[in-house]
Design a binder for this molecule. Structure first.
Ligand code: HEM
Length: 448
């Protein structure tokens, strides 16, 4: 592997073949040097170093260009704030993802998954990312504001999120200050952020203005009533509410949409897995929503398919940290202000931890748990994904609804081109859907 190119750093090979490039980083050493434009980054390439960085979130704190751009929308929130504010915010948002809350979201997930499956017709060619983005965005908005949002506001918010998500990669690459120049793309980006924050602010105000009980099923209600267990008078103020509600929208839409799109792609390449899934789904009389631990491993093929897709195609491809005090990693000194990163691709495609790592083999997850520090799709340590079981449930719901009704077929000769943005998405992926042979007729399912 050649070293960094002089002018553009590693941007060119990274853009040309992101998965190949990221998975080859260990050939540069356990602490692989990388240049993102002008910025030097050290990528941890062993499970031990990844755990050191993820567990010590005081020394390796949130920071870097990605999180700076995310703060444009979110302000200081649980995903972006420094260590000094994190524990309190995490305690306050965590209740929104407890088992009893997750169970309340599940009917919405099922309804949206059915809606996704019902939106296709036999033989149609599907723009997969557009379909999965619509699914996860509607779902995030409906679970966040189940009561408060009118259809018009819902549609406007879906469109604002799409504009914001599409604008993040461009904003990340602009020099400091250039994001505020009066250019059409900048204007659209800022307007989407303003629109989204206004939608959330209205919903918060509306919510505060009327009584509600603790049984209400949405995330916003759960944020409003959240109390800090270590400071019972401490609740989220309005700005924190808006920032954290926006965080759920930002952190939980494109990530899940990307995961789902890759999963559909993998299924299209493996018809026998689709067949086995249908057999499993047909054998289960009802959804297993009443499971004791929603989102945990229930031993099903559905769960294994989701995990294997998340291993091969982790949506979050590079997560950065800023070193806050002089430290050593792998015996190498790291100065204050240095940038360190982890990438799931480095470990997920390493044969030492996942035998035959390039193969899609859901059954590798049968009665098996990866070594600590090797499966990083949802990060790890105190800053790990607070929504990971929500994500597992929404992915499983969509997988079930689609696999029960449709046969997915590849349309293009080659694999989709990974598109490097806020997530590593399957660029331009299209699939053909065929109604299941025994679903009776030309049309797919007829749910509304
Ligand atoms: C497949 C879908 C998802 C993936 C792959 C994913 C991935 C991640 C990763 C890797 C992190 C850690 C970031 C870091 O180390 O810097 C994270 C954090 C976070 N995620 Fe997710 N996520 C997903 C879905 C969701 C959903 C659905 C929500 C909310 C509804 C969510 C909310 C969050 C939040 C709030 C954090 C910050 C946690 C903290 O710092 O305490 N994510 N996610």
């Amino acid at each position: 592997m050649p070293g960094p190119l002089p002018v553009v750093g590693d941007a060119w090979p990274l853009l040309r073949d992101p998965i190949g490039f990221l998975s080859s980083l260990p050939s540069r050493g356990d602490l692989a040097p990388l240049r993102l434009g002008p910025m030097p980054v050290s990528v941890v390439c062993t499970p031990g170093l990844a755990q050191q960085v993820l567990r010590d979130d005081r020394t390796f704190d949130k920071g870097g260009p990605f999180f700076d751009r995310i703060r444009d929308l979110l302000g200081e929130a649980v995903a972006t704030c420094p260590h000094s504010q994190h524990r309190r915010l995490r305690r306050l948002v965590q209740p929104a993802f407890r088992d009893e809350q997750l169970r309340r979201y599940q009917p919405v997930m099922r309804a949206e998954a059915e809606r996704l499956a019902a939106s296709w017709s036999d033989g149609q060619s599907i723009d997969v990312m557009a379909a999965t983005m619509a699914y996860t965005t509607r779902l995030a908005l409906r679970t966040l504001f189940s009561v408060s949002l009118t259809k018009e506001r819902l549609d406007a918010a879906v469109s604002d999120i799409e504009t914001w998500v599409a604008g993040v990669p461009r904003q990340m690459l602009l020099p400091p200050g250039a994001g505020h120049l009066p250019l059409p793309a900048n204007r659209r980006y800022r307007e989407a952020i303003t629109g989204l924050r206004a939608t959330i602010a209205d919903a918060v105000e509306e919510r505060r203005g009327r009584a509600f009980d603790t049984q209400e099923p949405d995330l916003l209600a759960s944020l409003i009533i959240a109390q800090d267990s270590e400071d019972p008078s401490g609740r989220l103020n309005d700005t924190e509410l808006i920032n954290n509600a926006a965080t759920f929208l930002a952190a939980g839409t494109e990530t899940s949409a990307t995961a789902l799109a890759w999963m559909f792609h993998l299924l299209a390449l493996h018809p026998h897995v689709q067949r086995d899934l249908r057999t499993e789904i047909a054998g289960q009389e009802e959804h297993t929503d009443a499971a004791d631990r929603p989102g945990h491993d229930d031993g099903s093929l559905c769960h294994r398919v989701v995990l294997e897709a998340l291993r091969l195609h982790a949506p979050a491809w590079l997560l950065t940290r800023t070193v806050t005090e002089y430290t050593a990693l792998d015996g190498i000194p790291r100065a204050t202000g240095a940038t360190v990163a982890y990438s799931p691709y480095v470990l997920h495609r390493n044969a030492a931890y996942f035998p035959d790592p390039q193969a899609f083999r859901p059954d590798r997850w049968t009665d098996w748990t990866p070594e600590p520090g090797t499966f990083l799709t949802f990060g790890g340590g105190p800053r790990s994904c607070v929504g990971h079981r929500f994500a597992m449930l929404e992915l499983t719901a969509a997988l079930r609804a689609v696999a029960a009704a449709w046969e997915l077929e590849p349309l293009d000769a080659g694999p989709p081109r990974p598109r490097l943005g806020a997530t590593l998405a399957p660029g331009g992926l299209r699939l053909r859907v065929r109604a299941r042979a025994n679903s009776g007729g030309q049309q797919g399912p007829l749910h509304s």
